[in-house]
Ligand binder design. Structure first.
Ligand SMILES: C[S@@+](CC[C@H](N)C(=O)[O-])C[C@H]1O[C@@H](n2cnc3c(N)ncnc32)[C@H](O)[C@@H]1O
Length: 349
């Protein structure tokens, strides 16, 4: 991959970070792009790894590798600029100087980490999906949760997080994960009692949230100046110490067709996913078929809900919408528009 291509990838990610609220990464990536363009050390580090996986994730793999060094105490100078490690964002030039020095010094440690895939588990998406879960709970049946592309399965623990909006609330008041003002405009109309019958998910590469390696993998890909995302993830990892969802290492379509082969009476089955379809490629259409076929077998005693947060085209724009299809009647509704990382959630209901 040519230097200009590497610089382009870094710059594209810089723009995304700017738009999605990480000024620190936007600045560091822009400076890294300039360094790569001039054939500097960052170009030399990234070039051999550019082919190993999705080149678009190259920038995130690079930033995650450096963040991992910060989180493990190997880059104390840079840690001063990373709120995730107790530092604070101040002088961006100084942050770049320490970033650059860390990369130059730790090149041998960074290179092997660049081979890994970026993997995240975004807790804010529980807040995006909340209204759909509550709507399924209005059936009065215990919920059988089936998540495809679960990563570490932290969003399967959504009912153990605290959500507050317009004088209403759901979830344990002492949860280490707390969302406030999640519905700034309209909000779901009721807060039914929720019982969970089963929490189960699948992922081609599940992460163990109880292992140090799993925790570090999840934490290092969160942008370090997004303190709220970081705090939520740490909180959810704490919740996972006491309640575990069972995550199977499996491909989404194969796993789901087994789970949905026959209706399960007495529970409301909720199939859900967030930011997964783009990874399934052509299999995304098969996943839809599997769910729709199962929908035909659903009954009032064994209803099926398909809840998802995925990108959708609206005119020329790409938005992140929360949709739910409900069987036996097959009704499909857009419930909300949300950011890809969760709240605020623009509830449509
Ligand atoms: C962007 S992450 C989203 C993870 C999680 N849903 C969330 O919102 O935080 C996409 C996840 O899908 C998983 N994945 C990709 N292809 C898959 C497949 N064919 N079957 C199951 N999981 C898959 C990846 O390993 C990754 O954990």
């Amino acid at each position: 991959m040519a230097a200009e291509q590497i610089a382009r990838h870094l710059r594209t990610q810089a723009n995304w970070c700017q738009r999605l609220g990480s000024p620190l990464y936007a600045y560091l990536l822009e400076r890294a792009a300039a360094d790569a363009e001039s054939g500097g050390p960052i170009c030399h580090i990234l070039r051999p790894h550019a082919h190993t996986a999705d080149p678009n994730a190259l920038a995130l793999r690079f930033m995650g590798a450096v963040h991992r060094l910060v989180l493990t105490g190997r880059a104390p100078d840079l840690a001063r600029h990373y709120p995730s490690a107790g530092g604070s964002v101040g002088n961006m030039d100084a942050a770049w100087t320490d970033f650059y020095a860390t990369v130059a010094r730790e090149c041998d440690a960074i290179c092997p980490i660049l081979e890994r895939h970026v993997q995240t588990n975004e807790i804010g998406r529980s807040a995006s999906l909340l209204g759909g879960f509550l709507s399924a709970a209005e059936s009065g049946l215990p919920l059988r949760l089936l998540e495809v592309g679960s990563s570490a399965g932290l969003n399967l623990l959504w009912d153990l997080f605290r959500y507050e909006w317009n004088g209403a609330a759901f979830g344990p008041a002492d949860s280490p994960v707390r969302f406030v003002d999640i519905f700034p405009n309209a909000a779901p109309s009721g807060v039914p009692a929720v019982t969970i019958a089963e929490r189960r998910g699948c992922d081609v590469n599940p992460i163990d949230p109880a292992s140090e390696e799993g925790r570090l993998t999840l934490l290092c890909y969160v942008w370090p100046d997004q303190a709220q995302r970081f705090a939520r993830l740490r909180g959810a990892l704490d919740v996972a110490k006491t309640t575990r969802a069972s995550i199977d290492r499996a491909e989404a379509c194969e796993w789901l067709s087994e789970r949905l082969a026959t209706p399960t009476p007495g529970v409301a089955t909720v199939v859900f996913h967030s930011i997964v379809l783009q990874y399934l490629g052509e299999r995304a259409a098969r996943l839809r078929e599997i769910i729709e076929e199962a929908g035909q077998r659903a009954t009032a005693r064994a209803p099926l809900f398909w809840l998802r947060l995925e990108p959708e085209r609206q005119g020329n724009e790409s938005i992140f919408s929360v949709r739910m299809t409900t069987w036996p009647n097959g009704q499909d509704r857009r419930l909300a528009i949300s950011s890809p990382h969760g709240p605020p959630v623009d509830w449509e209901g």
